[in-house]
Design a protein. Structure first.
Length: 116
């Protein structure tokens, strides 16, 4: 298995795990009941962010790469929240997207040493 395939697999798995962790924090720490469809959507969107990080060929530093893909990948979840009239949920979800994008990239590029 070549480096690109391993990178895609690791980034996608780490993305899915970040989605599970995000869901766990939302339910256990926030005390929020989350419908199954939203749970699947949340975990899946982090998996897609991981997959996108894995296949991306952008030639920028890994930390900025993860933050950029994370914020772009979370736009479908964060942009509709601006319709509520409050910018804070948008900013929180965007920052979380950046954070988890950096975490995915950290594991993929630095810990597992799977370069682009």
């Amino acid at each position: 298995m070549n480096n690109l395939v391993r990178r895609i697999i690791v980034a996608t798995i780490v993305g899915l795990l970040c989605g599970v962790w995000n869901h766990y924090n939302m339910v256990m720490l926030g005390g929020t009941q989350v419908p199954l469809a939203i749970t699947i959507s949340m975990i899946g969107s982090f998996g897609i962010i991981g997959f996108t990080i894995g296949i991306s060929i952008l030639k920028i530093k890994w930390i900025w790469h993860g933050a950029l893909i994370g914020i772009i990948g979370n736009l479908p979840a964060s942009l509709p929240l601006t319709l509520l009239g409050d910018i804070r949920p948008f900013l929180i979800i965007s920052l979380l997207g950046m954070f988890y994008g950096v975490i995915i990239e950290l594991f993929t590029t630095v810990i597992f040493r799977l370069k682009r």
